[in-house]
Design a binder for this molecule. Structure first.
Ligand SMILES: O=P(O)(O)OC[C@H]1O[C@H](OP(=O)(O)OP(=O)(O)O)[C@H](O)[C@@H]1O
Ligand SMILES: Nc1ncnc2[nH]cnc12
Length: 181
């Protein structure tokens, strides 16, 4: 939990049974509508990473971009998009991962950063951890050093953050929700 974790959590809306029955969707749009809350969100990431010599923020398509771009701006570092398959125009490398139903793929430009660069990977939320882990693996394969994987929200009951830690990556979230919250 970060400095503003409780406050940020209080402005995230839970939408039951969306997009399908049994899923509690953690909707960040009320947080984005609230300029004071959005500022505190970005500040909490800046506070954590400003002394960590981050060379690039790698943000995951699409909701990760919302956090990643202002964070890269504030840290004074590069912004690297990790995109869903078929969106990047230059030479790419890709990583396939498993979703609840079927498979998905994320891609990265092969020249997105230099070997040994210190990379922070960001997304809005960690559920099963498949998306974040695929992005971290892509960066490792390209020669980047993943300093940490970071999200606004962790859903620890789905064990995704533990899965990412088990793979050897550090995980940070501003707040977390258990299934019954
Ligand atoms: O931990 P996981 O089980 O992989 O789930 C988390 C991912 O799911 C959501 O993205 P989604 O694919 O819905 O795309 P979006 O950002 O384009 O809405 C979310 O933004 C994360 O990227
Ligand atoms: N429960 C959830 N809420 C918001 N985004 C998600 N992505 C995957 N699971 C999610």
């Amino acid at each position: 939990m970060s400095i503003y974790g409780d406050y940020i959590k209080s402005v995230i809306r839970t939408v039951p049974d969306w997009p399908q029955s049994g899923v509690n969707f953690r909707d960040i749009t009320p947080l984005l509508q609230n300029s004071a809350a959005f500022r505190k969100l970005i500040d909490s990431f800046v506070h954590r990473y400003q002394e960590m010599d981050i060379d690039a923020v790698a943000a995951i398509d699409a909701r990760g971009f919302i956090v990643g771009a202002p964070l890269a701006y504030e840290l004074g570092c590069s912004f690297v998009p990790v995109r869903k398959k078929g969106k990047l125009p230059f030479k790419t490398i890709s990583e396939t991962y498993t979703l609840e139903y079927g498979e998905a793929e994320v891609e990265l430009h092969s020249d997105a950063f230099r070997e040994g660069d210190r990379i922070l990977v960001v997304d809005d939320l960690i559920a099963t951890g498949g998306t974040m882990l695929a992005a971290a693996k892509l960066i490792t394969r390209t020669g980047g050093h993943v300093v940490e994987t970071a999200a606004i929200v962790d859903l620890p009951d789905l064990s995704g953050s533990q899965r990412i830690r088990d793979a050897g990556y550090s995980v940070f979230s501003v707040c977390s929700f258990t299934e019954d919250e």
